[in-house]
Ligand binder design. Structure first.
Ligand code: PMP
Length: 360
């Protein structure tokens, strides 16, 4: 009966496939959980900023109270960090939450939205959830890097939304400024997902001051080490932020999320160290992957996409206690793998396991 009552779109929405957890693999292979190296979800290998841990401890005593509804103190601090007025910032329950508000605000069954596969799979889920059509314009695969397709503006003409991810998950490339500017000339909304911007050292966030059809989403889950807390934000014109704010749940950003994010934002040494660790680890992993004969794509994020002849690589690495991301869920062949940059020790463990598999 339930299928007769459900919206048709709900039955067609593809499920989100998360990276595997250490607990799951420990149980499946009988490996101690502590020894598992998880490089599958692009999390922060440095851990949680110490100042955020302290703030969370203190705030635990106050969770009988509702949080500040619009996270005003955090918005003020973010305004200094991103260089955009606080009226142009909306905080949410992870950047996924803000991506959803964008879909909710603009997409109807009459609309279409542009995606550039391979890319973050949640965009497709959102488009289908609102009954809209996906227009896929694939990324261009070069020998050593991917690029956003130059034909994007033409394909996007008439579309309501364009989802861009820069640096793109899983390919690691950033969008060309000229292409973004061309897209912003269209009568479409560009949702630019900058979840990994800190690692690229480059952001287009200030452009929201000049383009009313641009929304930039950012997160505390990656460079700030707070994935488990769930806090992200978006930047857009004051007018659009006002509309998006109407759509969100009241109190969608928990008290714990607000205090942790504020503390993380003030812990500049932690941010600097995590970005440096990723840049060094990215260099090291790229070099080792090439030494072992893999094709590696240039990345500005905290992960690398690579290709080997072995389609069973993720499974073979799992047996050795190393979790990486096979890219089938991104629509790529099994020979493509994404590995997150870990601590130097985790990176070495990954390389050892990889070498064992590739030379066995
Ligand atoms: N965008 C991209 C490109 C991502 O890879 C992720 C995390 N997997 C997200 C958004 C969601 O991040 P958050 O934890 O802020 O919801």
């Amino acid at each position: 009966m339930i299928e007769r009552l459900l919206r048709r779109e709900v039955m067609e929405v593809p499920p989100y496939v998360p990276g595997k957890s250490a607990g799951e693999i420990a149980e499946r292979f009988g490996i101690p959980e502590e020894s598992i190296v998880k490089l599958a979800s692009n999390e922060n290998p440095l851990g949680v900023p110490p100042a955020a841990v302290e703030a969370l401890r203190r705030a635990a005593e106050e969770v009988n109270l509702y949080p500040e509804p619009f996270a005003d103190e955090l918005r003020r601090a973010l305004s200094g960090y991103v260089g955009v007025p606080e009226e142009c910032i909306l905080v949410g329950n992870g950047s996924d939450d803000l991506l959803e508000q964008c879909a909710k605000a603009f997409l109807t069954p009459k609309d279409s939205a542009v995606l550039t596969p391979p890319t973050f799979s949640y965009y497709r889920i959102l488009v289908q959830m609102y009954g809209s059509r996906c227009v896929e314009v694939p990324m261009v695969e070069g020998e050593e890097e991917y690029a956003f397709p130059e034909s994007l503006p033409e394909a996007a003409s008439g579309a309501k939304l364009v989802f861009l991810c820069s640096p793109n998950n899983p390919t690691g490339n950033v969008v060309q400024r000229s292409l973004l500017e061309e897209l912003l000339e269209l009568e479409s909304v560009v949702v630019l997902d900058e979840a990994y911007a800190e690692f690229a050292g480059e952001s287009f966030a200030p452009l929201v001051k000049h383009h009313e059809n641009l929304v930039v989403t950012r997160t505390f889950s990656k460079a700030f080490g707070l994935a488990g807390v769930r806090v992200g934000y978006c930047l857009a014109s004051e007018e659009l932020v006002g509309y998006l704010a109407r759509l969100r749940q009241p109190f969608s950003v928990s008290l714990l999320a607000q205090v942790a994010a504020l503390a993380a934002l003030r812990d500049e040494p932690f941010l600097r160290r995590s970005v440096e660790m990723v840049r060094e680890g990215r260099e090291y992993l790229g070099g080792e992957l090439r030494r072992l004969g893999a094709r590696v794509y240039a990345s500005r994020a905290n992960f690398l996409l690579f290709r080997t002849p072995r389609g069973d690589l993720p499974e073979e690495l799992l047996k050795r206690g190393v979790i990486v991301r096979g890219c089938r869920s991104f629509g790529l062949e099994d020979t493509y793998v994404r590995v997150s940059v870990g601590t130097p020790e985790q990176n070495r463990r990954f390389v050892e396991a990889l070498e064992e598999v590739l030379t066995q």
